[in-house]
Design a protein around this ligand. Sequence first.
Ligand SMILES: *[C@@H]1O[C@H](CO)[C@@H](O)[C@H](O)[C@H]1NC(C)=O
Length: 369
Amino acid sequence: MNLNVTLTLLCLILVGTAIEGVHCKVVQFIFGDSLSDVGNNKYLSKSLATANLPFYGIDFGNGLPNGRFTNGRTVADIIGDNTGLPRPPAFLDPSLTEDVILDNGVNYASGGGGILNETGGYFIQRLSLWKQIELFQGTKELITSKLGKQSADKFINDANFVVALGSNDFINNYLMPVYSDSWKYNDQTFVQYLMETLQKQLLMLHNLGARKLMVFGLGPMGCIPLQRVLSTSGQCQERTNKLALSFNKAASQLLSNMQSRLPNANFKFGDAYDVVDDVIQNPDKYGFSNADSPCCSLGRIRPALTCLPASTLCSDRSKYVFWDEYHPSDSANQLIANELIKKFGFLGGSSNAPAPAPESAIAPSPDEE
Ligand SMILES: *[C@@H]1O[C@H](CO)[C@@H](O)[C@H](O)[C@H]1NC(C)=O
């Protein structure tokens, strides 16, 4: 009898119990940037992209900084909670062990990281997506030596993979003249370059055993406070928003191609561009009072780049779309997560979600990265 079937039957009988060599738990492996980082950059001592100071984390747990680049939960936290999956710890957390990985998965996300190795160079230290995949490869070897190949492969095949990067490739690379990518490419060829790279990365994850995988698209990133201060009128940067839209469109096509060609792959794309764009244009409709400036800011000094202990906080954090110059607040993340949950078709428990988000990228909308 097929060993996989045997393992599946065993798992059905033993849900929740751990017996030597059989691990049935579904966990997540998360690859991302500061929008999904849960503490990796805390351990990169030279990184300039960190969230170690108050008031990061003020609405999470004990309220102390925990490595998340927001006041509360990330989008991946909320989606994981909704699907009943444990929150994976940061890969660089010194308390990470094989048993912790088997119970909770791992989060490799790193502030400043991009799809491209060269992205975010001025943060000095960050884990690029290639590096994160390399680390996952090491994790797989660890699990394999603990469980044996058959169970380790099953554990990985059953896991949920989240890949959420791209904004830094624009904001902290292509759109900054200090990076050579800004003059080597144009808007079209740069998105093409990102897609070729992302395709290789997703293929590599598939080769390593990823079967259930979601790619999150970009929000209207031309509307993050940091982009708005680039113009005297404080308007969203339309070109940046258009780049996010073309990234989303191309990624959606890439994912549906891969999904149909790769054996046993359930690879999906989803973005929340439209809903975030709508919130930014009509904050009241969603219970927000501010959609253009950061809740945490240093008075008139803009952009402040990061939230600092000397900063002042807005009086109601749940009513601000943006927590700092780059990152959405917990309540905006809730809205984004709700939209993605819908797009990925989690509600109703169907594993055959309506594939890639259908042209959710037609109307120009901002990106939250
Ligand atoms: C990107 O970095 C990884 C190591 O993290 C390396 O293996 C890979 O060759 C690099 N890719 C490119 C295109 O430079």
